[in-house]
Ligand binder design. Structure first.
Ligand code: MG
Length: 393
């Protein structure tokens, strides 16, 4: 019986994780749940899974939940998240908080010696060097939940790195695969949120449309598997059936395939090294007919080259890129900037950054706050990046 702490239980990954738990009641037990603010759904999860402790990040929401007298202790704030991430008696922490807010709870779990099922790629993007060295020191397993990385993890199992020529991450291309670069200027948040293959949260859905998600995943793959950037490739693959490929030095390739269903990677991260029966429906390739692969157009998707640049630059740069992107995505979703200005904001913040070594979490968090402020400053100072009410300026 694995005892789990699920950080981000009301998000897309969190809800899927609880479905996996409900389907395997003899294998997993929920010890703690943590959420940002969705206490209505959290209440229903408490009823269904009987955790020992819960944490609500937003203080006011935590207080509202306490007043409803739930049959469980309610922690709150940053300390609450860290407390449930490090709790005695928890074996595995499912890190599924969205964005940079997941960094401190994730590294705290690693320092407390917990295995981590990692969905929060931003933590590795911001501080991959620190997290992986802490993981080695504390002998904890970091098992990817991200579908591409779960599939690389499975293809690379028991393989020497010297045998690997390169790895290839696939990207669906999101909803705008067939739109031209110019057309992207005018797409709306509603269109961008309509992902063709995957049901996901808002932030990652926009990141999929900009391909920033794939850029973040290149950095994530670098840290998880210790593969240099020049040996990590990205291909567009609109069917989302092949999640990644490994090319070995002899020229042979392993591809990992399944229907696009996050339950597969989630369950494998929790059951590893075992496999469970019937987690996903069978993939019928005769119904798919064709698997297409294309090179992404770097002009249309500048986020890919920005990500490689951030990874090569190292130190605080990947963190700064990530935090600038979070602000830019939020501004796009609020209707404040056009879609393509996400790229301008991110590259503008990176250009202005005086890169540091990023040797401590404090330095990383400082760089993250600087990047958020700089992104907001750029957005409000650049008239051409703002949307005038009633149309794109
Ligand atoms: Mg992914």
């Amino acid at each position: 019986m694995k005892r789990l702490s699920i950080l981000g239980s009301t998000g897309s990954i969190g809800r899927n994780t609880l479905e996996v738990v409900a389907e395997h009641p003899d294998s997993f037990r929920v010890v703690t749940l943590a959420v940002k603010e969705n206490i209505d759904l959290l209440e229903r999860q408490i009823e269904a899974f009987h955790p020992e402790v819960v944490a609500v990040h937003d203080e006011a929401s935590a207080e509202r939940l306490r007043r409803r007298r739930p049959p469980v202790e309610v922690l709150s704030g940053d300390e609450g998240l860290v407390a449930v991430a490090t709790m005695d008696g928890v074996d595995t922490v499912v890190s599924a908080i969205v964005g940079s807010a997941g960094l401190i709870p994730t590294i705290s779990a690693v320092r407390a010696g917990k295995d981590v099922a990692l969905a929060n790629k931003e933590a590795l993007v911001m501080a991959g060097h620190l997290i992986m060295s802490e993981a080695r020191e504390n002998r904890v397993n970091i098992i990817p939940v991200d579908s591409e990385h779960s599939s690389l993890f499975q293809c690379l199992e028991k393989r020497e790195r010297a045998e690997v020529r390169r790895v290839i991450l696939t990207a669906s291309g999101g909803p705008f695969l067939r739109r031209s670069k110019d057309e992207l200027e005018r797409v709306t948040p509603e269109e961008a949120l309509r992902h063709p293959n995957w049901q996901m949260g808002r932030k990652i859905t926009i990141d999929s449309a900009t391909l920033m998600n794939k850029g973040l995943e290149v950095i994530e793959a670098h840290w998880l598997f210790d593969i240099p950037p020049e040996r990590i490739d990205v291909l567009l693959h609109p069917q989302s059936i092949v999640h990644s490929l490994v090319e070995f030095i002899d020229g042979s390739m392993l591809a990992h395939m399944s229907i696009p269903d996050m339950k597969g990677p989630i369950c494998y991260a929790l059951s590893y090294p075992d496999r469970y029966e019937g987690v996903m429906p069978t993939l019928d390739l005769s119904e798919i007919h064709e698997l297409v692969f294309e090179r992404p157009d770097p002009e249309k998707y500048p986020s890919l080259s920005l990500s490689y640049e951030a990874l090569r630059c190292g130190g605080t740069m990947p963190c700064v890129m990530n935090s600038a992107n979070e602000v830019a995505v939020e501004s796009f979703l609020n209707g404040d900037i056009p879609f393509t200005s996400i790229f301008h904001v991110v590259s503008g913040v990176m250009r202005a950054h005086d890169v540091g070594k990023g040797e401590s979490i404090e330095e990383i968090m400082d760089a993250s706050r600087w990047a958020e402020e700089e992104a907001r400053r750029l957005i409000s100072s650049q008239e051409r990046w703002r949307i005038k009410k009633g149309g794109v300026s």
